[in-house]
Design a protein around this ligand. Structure first.
Ligand code: CP3
Length: 343
């Protein structure tokens, strides 16, 4: 198996900088659209054979160094008892948002084997099919990012409901966060037991907190999650979108790898995260629309700067956009493999 990605996660020697992309499976791939034409998104996530098929598509088409389980961060939220719908226009909608203590009380802590059996099943199929290819990454949303969806009822602009709960009903907020922490730990532990060889925790909305808020309302729970998962013995990646303002706190998460977005120069992130951290990132997803030569310059710059970290895994700073031409993504992966070779 090509274990370059796993070695980079552990900060070990690699022959070249490994690369994968957040949202590497999805609508920019014609082959994904073909599968998706016959099923809705949630059914796709819950049908192991199909979820495994679309997970493998980018491995074969792009030649990336890792596969990521095809699912969604809101799957465990549905299993906790919330009604989830994906709308083509608005994205995810949770129809009865959590706004008080009795709503938190009603949430169940799911049993993965019972309430989300399709997740471990998909992982087991994938491990067989990926055997001699690349490692499989499992994932979950971070407790804070999941809480924002549950409290807002979907995506939000200013997260006012979430902040109001944090500021005015902090007991209810911490009760919800504690339930989410237990859920995320058991969800990811089950993924690891089923065969996930690394896990990534997505904190998509943590960057909308002030550093003081992040330290009080998000960090303690993700830190607890990570310290529990460390017992499972696989690398833990913590991705924080819009991380620049809170990196000093993010550094304390306990993760093996920190994923960063594109709004910060990777050199600055390395300086602020310290020499002991492996870094993942951080090409702007829009830069995949640059002319080839300019794109290669950006890739070389990130690779060169990434050399000063304990380890570097090349990735985008956030997910691939559905409009992205697949040939540009292939060119990116080739350029990382070519220019990321170690002497
Ligand atoms: O990375 C991968 O290839 C694995 C699959 C994956 C998906 N979602 C598939 C998906 C992963 C890791 C996610 C995580 C996820 N989901 C996050 C965290 C990462 C991030 O992007 O910040 C978040 C916030 C979500 C919630 C979510 N799911 C939103 C807001 C949307 C709508 C926006 C959109 O792109 O359509 C989704 C839908 C979604 N998740 C799609 C895919 C492939 C598109 C569904 C479709 O086929 O129509």
């Amino acid at each position: 198996m090509n274990d370059t990605f796993l070695r980079a996660c552990r900060g070990e020697e690699v022959e070249y900088t490994p690369v994968w992309l957040m949202r590497q499976a999805g609508r920019y791939l014609r082959q994904y659209q073909t599968v998706r034409a016959n099923v809705d998104f949630l059914t796709l996530c819950k049908t192991p054979k199909l979820a495994a098929e679309v997970t493998i598509q980018p491995v074969e088409i792009l030649g990336v160094d890792a596969a990521i389980l095809f699912s969604d961060i809101l799957i465990p939220v549905e299993a906790m008892g919330m009604r989830l719908v994906f709308s083509d226009k608005q994205g995810p909608i949770l129809s009865e948002p959590i706004r008080n203590k009795s709503a938190v009380e009603k949430l169940i802590i799911p049993d993965v084997e019972e309430d989300m059996p399709f997740v471990p099943e998909t992982i087991k199929i994938l491990r067989k099919e990926l055997e001699n290819k690349v490692p499989l990454i499992g994932f979950s949303g971070a407790p804070f990012t999941l809480a924002t969806y549950m409290i807002e009822g979907g995506t939000s602009k200013n997260f006012l409901h979430t902040k109001k709960m944090m500021f005015q009903h902090s007991g209810v907020f911490s009760y919800l966060m504690e339930k989410l922490t237990i859920t995320v730990v058991s969800y990811l532990s089950s993924q690891i037991k089923a065969g996930a060889q690394a896990v990534q925790i997505f904190d998509t909305w943590a960057g909308m907190l002030t550093p003081v808020e992040y330290k009080e309302f998000a960090l303690p729970y993700v830190k607890k999650t990570i310290s529990e998962l460390k017992k499972e013995g696989v690398p833990v990646i913590y991705f924080v979108n819009d991380c620049a303002g809170i990196l000093k706190e993010v550094r304390k998460s306990g993760a093996d790898v920190t994923g960063i977005d594109w709004r910060i120069d990777i050199s600055d992130a390395i300086k602020r995260l310290g020499k002991k951290m492996v870094i993942q990132g951080n090409l702007d997803p829009c830069e995949l629309f640059l002319p080839k030569e300019k794109l290669e310059e950006r890739i070389k710059d990130i690779l060169w700067k990434g050399e000063s970290a304990k380890g570097h895994i090349f990735n985008l700073g956030h997910g691939v956009l559905p409009e992205t031409p697949v040939e540009n993504v292939i060119a990116m992966v080739e350029a990382v493999h070519k220019y990321g070779k170690k002497e």
